[in-house]
Ligand binder design. Structure first.
Ligand SMILES: [Zn+2]
Length: 215
């Protein structure tokens, strides 16, 4: 349901030396493309830009793994599957691909999805009573990853889950979600459209995403 897309002024909790604890209005963006590229040593492989095929972007209805199929609901995030290198080759990601986190935060949940596991990270960013979360789907968390663990922006939290579906290549499903502070249920894909949850376009929170769309 695209009418749930929602962006507003975000407040960042500032703490630590030189700061009283306070919420400061700020535009929140991550250098997430750089995190992905550097943590996977893709600059050395001639990384050029990410490839977003039809159905991989936020809000799209198509299933990219089955061009005749439609998703049951609009896509809840972006699927990062492949990149172009400087030699013009399209390189598909595989299960050696490391998955970093977008912002500092804390892992608050980990559960199975239909291709691997999903990790949810809570961040110290608020807007109108909602808190920013990021979700990393179809991954295998590192053995050191536990619910409650604090993580830093760019830290690797998982690798992609291996291919275990005949038509779906290993990929990162990335969602950005605002969660109402009073929301008491565990966040699950099946209930991601519930009241109290607001899906955002992850690309609005990434300031360095260079990509080609393949339609
Ligand atoms: Zn997806």
């Amino acid at each position: 349901m695209l009418d749930q897309i929602w962006i507003s002024t975000i407040y960042v909790l500032k703490t630590g030396p030189g700061w009283d604890t306070e919420w400061v209005a700020m535009k929140i963006e991550s250098n997430y493309s750089h995190y992905l590229v550097s943590q996977n040593h893709l600059y050395g492989q001639g990384f050029c830009d990410w490839i977003f095929a039809k159905g991989t972007l936020f809000g799209e209805k198509e299933q990219w793994w089955d061009i005749l199929g439609e998703r049951p609901t609009s896509h809840e995030g972006v699927d990062i599957c492949a990149f172009n290198d400087s030699g013009g080759q399209q390189i598909m990601l595989d299960d050696s691909f490391a998955v970093p986190v977008m912002f500092d935060g804390k892992v608050i949940d980990m559960f199975d999805d239909f291709l691997g596991k999903t990790l949810i990270v809570e961040h110290d960013y608020m807007a109108e009573g909602y808190q920013l979360h990021s979700m990393y789907g179809h991954v295998l968390p590192g053995k050191h990853m536990l619910v409650g663990k604090k993580v830093e922006a760019c830290e690797v939290i998982a690798k992609l889950a291996p291919k275990n579906h005949p038509q779906i290549t290993p990929h990162l499903h990335l969602s950005v979600l605002m969660v109402e502070k009073s929301y008491a249920e565990p966040v699950r894909w099946q209930s991601i459209q519930s009241n109290g949850l607001k899906l955002c376009n992850p690309l609005d929170y990434i300031n360095d995403m260079v990509f080609s769309e393949v339609k």
